[in-house]
Ligand binder design. Structure first.
Ligand code: GLA
Length: 414
């Protein structure tokens, strides 16, 4: 009797433990679906403030995001980049720097959410972030749980100090951790394009950096000795061959905007914004929103340019022609519309004589055609809203040096 009872107990225990385990060990290496269906729009601290971040700044930026009209224009994410971190405690939990963030991250997230905005944080797949703060290597699941508990909506995950790691596997680990933590978060893969993140990234994250860091100049390369950062034009050139990988929920990320950071002329700021719109790039402002002047605000909140970027088709634009520092870019839009940008990279003004009837614009990858022979389109200057006639006529204009002319073409009739 005693023996039978013991056997019963043991059987019960075994079945209970295996029930308890369930398939808790299984991982889901796919990103959260349904996020970033258009390129994410927001702000990030790094370009302007580098490591000088604290809760006062972030709250003020959130306030300015609303009062400046940036929120109304579509910007949502307030992303704190490197250096928010304090130490891990004895149990391995990460805490924000107690001097810079004395109220803690949850309180900051609550504040940001109360404004109808979303919070982004930054970590790193390696042992340390690029700024030497604690990285997530070995703590992925614990960190993801912590971020979810704080109410984080977006994670930028960097690639410093990752000796011996393979990028795809490392990013799958953090994706699995975020899935397990259960709070939908946008995952921004920041691997600088080294291991072709556009190939494996679409399943794992919502955007991936396609290049090294942007540098605050229009047309230059900055050599830091062991690494280089790149001007707006250099970053643009590095997007070649990548457009087929982008689409709703998965974007090439040519890095954050330098508009309003004091080094670009108004024309260069316009060109930077228009080209990021043409690229269907994430629009992550990198300037001080509290002090920006009207000129900068008008660029960053320009409705028609943002509409090009946020178009629901999510097709990345392409360079149709380039000659002598002058480039012609096309981007197919929904409802048969097209965006066109004439980019003057040179130091002289360039005359424009564009005969629509003679051009054959075909997007082979996404199978679209601008058929100006059978169909005519009304033309609008996207920046000024003024009509520029139709594709029946030759477009004549002049594009100033380091500036852009952006058009919207809309079908008109036969
Ligand atoms: C790397 C990233 C940057 C920024 C810094 C922070 O360089 O590419 O965007 O996040 O680290 O240290």
């Amino acid at each position: 009797m005693k023996l039978r009872f013991s056997i019963l107990c043991i059987t019960l225990l075994i079945s209970l433990t295996s029930f308890g385990q369930g398939d808790n060990y299984k991982q889901n290496y796919n990103k959260f679906d349904g996020l970033a269906l258009t390129p994410p729009m927001g702000w990030n601290s790094w370009n302007k403030f580098a490591c000088n971040v604290d809760e006062k700044l972030i709250r003020e930026i959130a306030d300015a995001m609303v009062s400046s009209g940036m929120k109304d224009a579509g910007y949502r994410y307030i992303n704190i980049d490197d250096c928010w971190h304090g130490d891990r405690d004895s149990l391995g939990f990460i805490h924000p720097d107690p001097t810079r963030f004395p109220s803690g991250m949850k309180a900051l997230a609550d504040y940001i959410h109360s404004k109808g905005l979303k919070l982004g944080l930054y970590s790193d797949a390696g042992s340390q972030t690029c700024g030497g703060r604690p990285g997530s290597r070995g703590y992925e699941f614990q960190d993801a749980m912590t971020y979810a508990g704080w109410g984080v909506d977006y994670l930028k995950y960097d690639w410093c100090n990752t000796e011996g790691l393979k990028a795809e596997g490392a990013y799958k680990t953090i994706t699995a951790a975020l899935r397990k933590a259960g709070r939908p978060m946008v995952l921004s893969i920041c691997e600088w394009g080294t291991d072709k993140p556009w190939v494996w990234g679409p399943a794992v994250g919502h955007l991936w950096r396609s290049t090294g860091d942007i540098y605050n100049c229009f047309d230059c390369v900055e050599d830091h000795g062991t690494w280089k950062s790149f001007g707006v034009m250099q970053i643009l050139d590095k997007q070649e061959g990548l457009r087929q990988y982008a689409g709703p929920g998965h974007w090439n990320d040519p890095d954050m905007l330098e508009i309003g950071n004091g080094k670009l002329t108004p024309g260069e700021d316009r060109a930077h914004f228009a080209m990021w719109a043409m690229l269907a790039a994430p629009l992550i402002a990198g300037n001080d929103l509290r002090t920006m002047d009207k000129e900068i605000k008008d660029i960053l909140t320009h409705q028609a340019i943002i509409a090009i970027n946020q178009d629901s088709l999510g097709i990345q634009g392409f360079c149709y022609a380039k000659e002598d520092g002058f480039e012609t870019w096309f981007k197919p839009l929904s409802d048969g519309k097209w965006a066109v940008s004439f980019l003057n990279r040179s130091a002289e003004a360039k005359p424009l004589n564009f005969n629509w009837q003679r051009e054959k614009v075909r997007d082979e990858i996404f199978n679209r055609e601008l058929n100006t022979a059978q169909q005519w389109y009304r033309i609008k200057n996207a920046w000024t809203g003024k009509s520029l006639g139709s594709t029946k006529n030759v477009l004549k204009a002049e594009v100033p040096p380091h500036d852009v002319l952006t058009l919207i073409l809309e079908k008109s009739g036969k």
